[in-house]
Design a protein around this ligand. Sequence first.
Ligand SMILES: CC(C)(COP(=O)(O)OP(=O)(O)OC[C@H]1O[C@@H](n2cnc3c(N)ncnc32)[C@H](O)[C@@H]1OP(=O)(O)O)[C@@H](O)C(=O)NCCC(=O)NCCS
Length: 140
Amino acid sequence: MPHPYSEGNARAMINESHRYGRTGSAYTFCIVENSNSDLMGCVGLRNVNSNDRNAEMWYWLGRKYWHKGYASDAVRLTLQFAFESLHLMKVYAVVQESNVASVNLLERHGFTREAHWRKGSFMNGRWYDVYGYGILRNEF
Ligand SMILES: CC(C)(COP(=O)(O)OP(=O)(O)OC[C@H]1O[C@@H](n2cnc3c(N)ncnc32)[C@H](O)[C@@H]1OP(=O)(O)O)[C@@H](O)C(=O)NCCC(=O)NCCS
């Protein structure tokens, strides 16, 4: 995700979500507060591969919504959508090793660490190792 995140970045992301959504290659879900419909974050599936029946999951929450279990709920519902509505065989996720919250989130939901890419990501002038996580439909 670009940092700093400009309004132009947000508009491009929304347009892209619409475009991919129309073709079924990606799904973007907004996480909103029930009381006032404020946007708390997003969760989605991208690279939906109907031949191999897999997709990549991604997510983010605004900082003030961290540590309350909202991402957990969003991940559970997205996995349910992936396995029960899209009939996928596998959902995977890619995460920087230093992203402890995201690693915990995936492992809490039964994802298995399947890969460790050394220096798999370059961000803000630094290299990071990257983990690949996956969950199969019978593990959900
Ligand atoms: C990754 C990210 C979504 C995780 O958010 P999160 O709020 O930590 O995740 P969860 O919803 O699973 O919440 C778990 C925490 O809430 C606590 N919690 C409180 N009430 C809870 C409830 N009812 N249910 C579950 N957990 C609850 C848990 O104890 C846990 O706390 P801890 O982190 O101190 O152990 C968030 O850190 C984020 O948006 N980061 C920036 C974007 C990003 O990194 N995206 C992923 C790229 S791979």
